[in-house]
Write a protein that binds this ligand. Structure first.
Ligand code: ATP
Ligand code: MG
Length: 467
């Protein structure tokens, strides 16, 4: 761990007229907390992502406060306050829906009190040693994340050179990069994420060890990695984040099977489809629309699913069983790295398995598919797939029109298909999912046998969440 004397005991003080942060940009509730702590004789500062984002003209998503008051002292000051956390005690001060997180200055340096433990590889397991503001600054990850803004003089305090790094738009780890990554490998993902979000470059010495140390992420808690993935891909900078993962050699650790599939993507279409999914997600975030993790993961892991279908092809399974097994394998393998809750993995699989049902033109089943709770997501996914398989443009047009037509007209059209196209014409244009579906053939089965055929007919896949 970095010795405390590596910090600069007298900080650089950036006065209020030199940094451009105004109180109008700060949550009134965060200001209330800062003033109240000051009035009670404590030091208190806005710190971390909020100060960083304000300095680069961004809008912080939350406002964290650091103080020399202990959690118990904070609790005594605020009625609406709860202490949380076992590893570190933190105070949460509630203002309606807004929570201001108040953390006591913390030291990571081993003070011999036995309150701190590290694993053999130097990973921090427990650290709940309170410290000075300088200690608190040097235990943070990047210099840009270690700037303090106070409301006594409205100055920014800098103990680690973060002010200059922000001016240079550079993300730089505090201390020895390799050691900081070994303490907490997730910092590698944070480097990729924050550089994408802020448009910062990663300082060369901070970037250098990442490709070599990336495998350490395999030991990070899968639930924490899942949270990081959501922040990386669903915060409006997912496309840049994906590129950063690849550039820094992190993709193979985080999404191993996707990385393996993209390594054999000669025409680049799988990559193009994936990047388009991320670009669409980014655009939705910018427009304030909702984004769903399961759709994102359906796209991120689609190359892996396609690859798995190929690997299973020799097993002579019926199409539905083949797809279900491929989907299960991808989900299972990926779960060892990233813990995706079932409420996301199940609809993700549904999106994949519904793809084969877009071959179908039989009236009853067309309507049944359109009523499926995941139809819209699966249809959007079909649209995305035209990037990988341009021949899906025709079927996509059918389903686009199917949604626009009044139900009676659609029923009429399906009962009397235009002679030029014929019943099967549109369906035959669909390349089944990796050649796995034979919806075209099954569709011609006698009507009365349909129910019994359901287990082997991809088109009848019952993938409801209760399964
Ligand atoms: P975001 O904009 O995504 O919220 P952030 O930097 O605020 O970015 P948080 O996870 O909210 O990220 O963390 C708040 C602060 O805590 C950071 O700015 C940093 O100072 C510190 N921090 C977070 N994660 C780590 C870590 N892994 N190691 C050291 N310090 C960290
Ligand atoms: Mg934050």
């Amino acid at each position: 761990m970095m010795p405390a004397n590596m910090s600069n005991p007298s900080p650089r003080i950036v006065p209020r007229d030199a940094h451009g942060i105004s109180r109008k940009q700060i949550s009134p509730n965060a200001l209330r907390v800062l003033y109240k702590l000051n009035e009670s004789g404590f030091d208190a500062y806005l710190v971390g992502g909020a100060v960083r984002d304000l300095l680069v003209g961004g809008r912080p998503k939350d406002f964290d406060v650091a103080t020399n008051a202990t959690p118990e002292q904070v609790k005594a000051l605020f009625r609406n306050c709860r202490l949380i956390g076992r590893r570190f005690r933190l105070a949460h001060v509630f203002f309606g829906p807004e929570i201001i997180e108040v953390a006591t200055f913390r030291a990571n340096g081993d003070d011999g009190s036995g309150d701190r433990e590290t694993s053999d590889e130097g990973r921090v397991l427990r650290d709940n040693v309170y410290g000075s503001i300088e200690d608190d600054a040097v235990r943070r990850d990047f210099t840009a994340n270690a700037l303090y803004y106070g409301v006594r003089d409205f100055a920014v305090l800098d103990y680690v050179g973060g002010w200059e790094d922000v001016q240079r738009r550079s993300l730089r780890l505090i201390g020895d990069p390799e050691q900081r990554y070994r303490e907490d490998p997730v910092r590698m993902l944070r480097a990729a994420r924050l550089s994408s979000k802020l448009g910062f470059s990663i300082d060369p010495a901070t970037a250098a060890p990442i490709p070599t140390l990336a495998p350490l992420l395999a030991d990070a808690p899968p639930a924490r990695l899942f949270d990081e993935m959501l922040k990386l891909f669903l915060a409006g900078h997912g496309e840049a984040g994906f590129d950063a993962l690849e550039r820094h050699g992190l993709l193979a650790t985080v999404l191993p099977e996707t990385a393996a599939a993209l390594a054999h993507d000669p025409d680049g279409r799988q990559r193009a489809m994936l990047r388009q999914a991320l670009a669409n997600t980014d655009a939705r975030v910018r427009e304030g629309k909702t984004v769903t993790p399961y759709f994102l993961f359906a796209a991120l892991l689609w190359p892996a699913f396609r690859r798995e279908l190929g690997l299973l092809a020799h097993e002579h399974l019926d199409p539905l069983a083949l797809q279900q097994r491929a989907a299960d394998r991808v989900t299972f393998h990926q779960a060892r790295r990233i813990a995706m809750p079932r409420r996301f993995s199940i609809p993700m699989q549904e999106i994949w398995l519904l793809q084969a049902r877009f071959d179908i033109r039989q009236r009853k089943r067309v309507f049944r598919l359109m009523a499926h709770p995941r139809f819209r997501a699966a249809y959007d996914f079909l649209a995305l797939r035209t990037i990988e398989q341009p021949e899906l443009t025709g079927p996509l047009a059918f389903w686009t029109q199917a949604q626009e037509l009044p139900a009676a007209d659609l029923a009429e059209q399906l009962a009397h298909p235009p002679p030029a196209r014929g019943d099967a014409a549109a369906g035959d244009a669909v390349e089944p999912v990796a050649g796995a579906s034979d919806g075209g053939k099954k569709r011609r089965r006698p009507r009365r046998r349909k129910r019994h055929a359901s287990a082997s007919d991809a088109g009848e896949a019952d993938t409801s969440p209760t399964a």
